[in-house]
Design a binder for this molecule. Structure first.
Ligand SMILES: *[C@@H]1O[C@H](CO)[C@@H](O)[C@H](O)[C@H]1NC(C)=O
Ligand SMILES: *[C@@H]1O[C@H](CO)[C@@H](O)[C@H](O)[C@H]1NC(C)=O
Ligand SMILES: *[C@@H]1O[C@H](CO)[C@@H](O)[C@H](O)[C@H]1NC(C)=O
Ligand SMILES: *[C@@H]1O[C@H](CO)[C@@H](O)[C@H](O)[C@H]1NC(C)=O
Ligand SMILES: *[C@@H]1O[C@H](CO)[C@@H](O)[C@H](O)[C@H]1NC(C)=O
Ligand SMILES: *[C@@H]1O[C@H](CO)[C@@H](O)[C@H](O)[C@H]1NC(C)=O
Ligand SMILES: *[C@@H]1O[C@H](CO)[C@@H](O)[C@H](O)[C@H]1NC(C)=O
Ligand SMILES: *[C@@H]1O[C@H](CO)[C@@H](O)[C@H](O)[C@H]1NC(C)=O
Length: 457
């Protein structure tokens, strides 16, 4: 809700005017016209390096591809191109380079299982536009079995490179409006990943996702580089839960050099290990969150070895955040409730944040979903928070929690250990820099813990 871009990609009346009941002939004609006006061009595979911090594994270095497939399209913004896409991907799997031509819209009205991909490059120069048929997608999207996550397509496999400078457009507006009317609407995520290994996703524009932009599950050694995210509702219904990346059951994931505008930031769900996030510019988000953890009774969540470096955070609710449900059933909203799960979050560093108009520069919340602090403290979370560092934070918060700029709220001292803050140079609009500190060792917190309890985001 914070940003207006004048250069939004839109789908012009010109391409829609080809939508006629006349059938294939006109679509084929539009396809060949388009093919003539957009000559074949193969994007060179971008060379990606992970700097200044290094990821857990070296970036994948895929071999040269030996075959090229151009994907056909009706290019009319109304006829399903999923069969063309699937056929090109099968044809070029194991060693091919698949080109989605520049200037062409690939309209996708069928859920695509892309977990078969192997040794393949997807060169997306044009646009993938997902159909706005919310009835179809709710019935046929892929279910991930976690927080009701579903997706338009499911991406998996080994040695997959996606790039090309093109756009994935989720047609989110119908979903923002539908969700406002019914919070149980199953909104697909734009990019659903399940079981992707040794792969790089880079140089893409992601627009108008109905929900999260990425849900990354069961991923190993995957890099996201130079991803540009934007989505703004044009109605009064806000684009909710449009997180940039949500990661789950994954290890060795790097997210870097990206811009997230009006998305909800980055969330790290358990179990999640060895993640690097660096050089992001974010506006209108919920910050870089670990959690929510401990949502499900009987589950043991692990989040370990996370490094977050060099984040420019504007107009957001949080900078760095850790959120853990308490050990008592709690409800954040009708479609988000939980509490009682155990586990640990260990060795997480938030290093170098620029804070601009953010509610809390730092929020450690072990009472997630429970606004009644007394109740939260009566039922301390069995999920421990250990070896956490916040350092080199600069900038200014919003007045929402003034005079506080941060909150460190643990449900018991026994379950929070070694939470360290240093070089925190963040002030509220009226110049105060207090923090609320509950059940934490204040001797290792370089903040003024005289702040009042003012609640959570
Ligand atoms: C933050 O929001 C304000 C008010 O909507 C807007 O003027 C400003 O450009 C935004 N800043 C960024 C960096 O997005
Ligand atoms: C939307 O999808 C449903 C279920 O697949 C289908 O019955 C309906 O015809 C579709 N609507 C449009 C406008 O294509
Ligand atoms: C991840 O892998 C596990 C184990 O193979 C599987 O049960 C699960 O369905 C996969 N996907 C997700 C989203 O967890
Ligand atoms: C921090 O990230 C910004 C992009 O947001 C980039 O321009 C800058 O070079 C990065 N700084 C370092 C030290 O990597
Ligand atoms: C903590 O995480 C960092 C990566 O952020 C890793 O380099 C380091 O080895 C981890 N420390 C331990 C004790 O595992
Ligand atoms: C989906 O949401 C409903 C309502 O919160 C919840 O009861 C159900 O367990 C959720 N399903 C999954 C798979 O998370
Ligand atoms: C918060 O919980 C405590 C302990 O159960 C209870 O006594 C108190 O009334 C609750 N406060 C509110 C505002 O609900
Ligand atoms: C800053 O604002 C807070 C509440 O908004 C107020 O309690 C405090 O006295 C103010 N401090 C200064 C220095 O103005």
């Amino acid at each position: 809700m914070w940003f207006q871009l004048s250069t939004l990609l839109t789908f012009t009346a010109a391409s829609l005017s080809l939508a006629s009941p006349a059938g294939e002939a006109i679509y084929e004609q539009s396809y060949s016209l388009a093919a003539r006006s957009y000559p074949d061009h193969i994007s060179p595979r971008p060379s990606i390096s992970c700097l200044p911090k290094h990821p857990f594994w070296p970036p994948p270095s895929p071999r040269r591809r030996t075959k090229v497939c151009y994907v056909k399209s009706h290019n009319n913004g109304i006829t399903d191109d999923a069969p063309y896409i699937l056929s090109a991907l099968h044809e070029c799997n194991y060693g091919g380079h698949v080109v989605f031509r520049e200037g062409i819209t690939y309209y996708i009205a069928t859920a695509m299982d892309l977990t078969f991909l192997n040794h393949i490059d997807l060169d997306i120069q044009g646009t993938w536009l997902f159909s706005p048929n919310t009835t179809y997608w709710q019935a046929h999207s892929f279910k991930f079995g976690f927080q009701n996550v579903t997706s338009f397509f499911k991406l998996g496999g080994n040695d997959v490179n996606i790039y090309g400078g093109g756009t994935l457009n989720g047609n989110g507006q119908v979903w923002y409006d539908l969700y406002a009317a019914n919070i149980y609407t199953l909104r697909p995520v734009l990019i659903g990943i399940d079981g992707l290994k040794n792969s790089i996703v880079s140089d893409l524009l992601l627009r108008y996702s109905p929900e999260y932009y990425h849900f990354v599950a069961n991923a190993t050694n995957v890099i996201f580089d130079n991803i540009n995210i934007f989505g703004l509702s044009t109605s009064t219904n806000v684009a909710k839960n449009t997180d940039g990346w949500d990661t789950y059951r994954s290890t060795g994931v790097t997210i870097q050099n990206s811009v997230i505008n009006n998305g909800d930031g980055k969330q790290i769900f358990p179990p999640f290990t060895n993640i690097l996030v660096q050089n992001l510019w974010c506006s209108g988000s919920h910050g870089i969150s670990v959690g929510s953890l401990g949502q499900y009774v009987g589950e043991y969540d692990i989040v370990e070895n996370i490094y977050v470096f060099n984040i420019s955070m504007h107009n957001a609710t949080d900078g760095g955040r850790i959120k853990v449900w308490p050990n008592t059933p709690s409800a954040l909203s009708g479609d988000l409730q939980g509490g009682g799960g155990s586990g640990r979050v260990q060795n997480v560093t938030y290093d170098t944040f620029f804070i601009d108009n953010v509610d809390y520069a730092i929020e450690v919340d072990q009472c997630y979903g429970q606004s009644n602090l007394t109740l939260c403290l009566e039922y301390p979370s069995p999920l421990t928070i250990t070896d956490i560092v916040f350092k080199n934070f600069d900038g200014k918060t919003t007045k929402k929690y003034q005079p506080d700029i941060a909150t460190f709220a643990c449900s018991s001292a026994a379950v929070c250990n070694n939470i360290v803050a240093s070089d925190i140079n963040v002030v509220s609009p009226n110049g105060t820099n207090l923090a609320f500190c509950q059940n934490v060792d204040t001797t290792v917190l370089d903040v003024n813990c005289a702040g009042p309890y003012l609640g959570f985001n």
